[in-house]
Design a binder for this molecule. Structure first.
Ligand code: HEC
Length: 181
């Protein structure tokens, strides 16, 4: 063991440095990182398919993109209905707007494949999400009207699912490719 010399009292000198380090760590921009992650996720949706031969002038919205979007849309729309049931209209509105944004991106998939029926159901679902936003933006929210629109939204989702979605045999869903051209 080293004998303690008077000059060995380094503790007080270290403390400010430790504090500075902690300060730095605290300043790490967590929200910025989260924002970057969601920008990346959004960018991934817009990335063209990997095969150059498939690349047209516009980014291609693949089946995988559709699956990914639907997978996040599901809980969001379920959240809208749960918030409506709770009378938490600001959360319901926030989630309805988010759901609308997500669902709207999928229109490219159906347009590229000339699926007018799918585009129709999609537009109906978007219009109903807009209608819900309007009802929820009123100063005094009409709970019955909001609940009815919530059910109408799900009906539009299901109309498309009935034709273009099937069980994947593993507890999930997949595209019903036989319904595509
Ligand atoms: C125009 C057609 C269309 C509309 C409208 C539509 N979907 Fe889908 N959805 C699909 C298709 C096709 C699939 C199957 C794709 C897959 O999961 O790979 C799907 C899959 C899903 C899945 C399963 C995802 C998974 O694989 O686990 C959920 C959840 C879902 N949709 C929610 C919704 C909700 C909620 C709405 C309405 C707000 C909606 N969808 C509207 C076509 C549509």
């Amino acid at each position: 063991m080293q004998p303690r010399s008077p000059g060995a009292r380094v503790e007080p000198a270290r403390r400010p440095e430790t504090r500075r380090r902690r300060g730095l760590r605290r300043r790490l921009p967590r929200p910025a990182l989260a924002a970057a992650a969601s920008v990346l996720a959004a960018a991934a949706l817009l990335l063209p398919a990997s095969s150059p031969a498939q690349q047209g002038p516009y980014p291609i919205f693949t089946e995988a993109h559709l699956d990914a979007t639907m997978t996040t849309l599901g809980p969001n729309v379920a959240g809208v209905r749960a918030a409506l049931a709770d009378g938490d209209y600001s959360t319901a509105k926030e989630r309805a707007i988010r759901s609308r944004e997500q669902l709207a991106t999928t229109i490219t998939f159906w347009r590229d494949r000339d699926r007018d029926d799918a585009v129709g159901w999609l537009r109906t679902a978007l219009n109903r999400l807009d209608a819900l936003d309007t009802v929820l933006s009123a100063e005094s929210v009409d709970a019955a009207a909001a609940g009815a629109i919530g059910a109408d939204i799900t009906e539009a989702c299901n109309a498309c699912h009935a034709v273009y979605r099937e069980d994947d045999g593993d507890g999930g869903f997949r595209m019903r490719t036989s319904a595509l051209p």
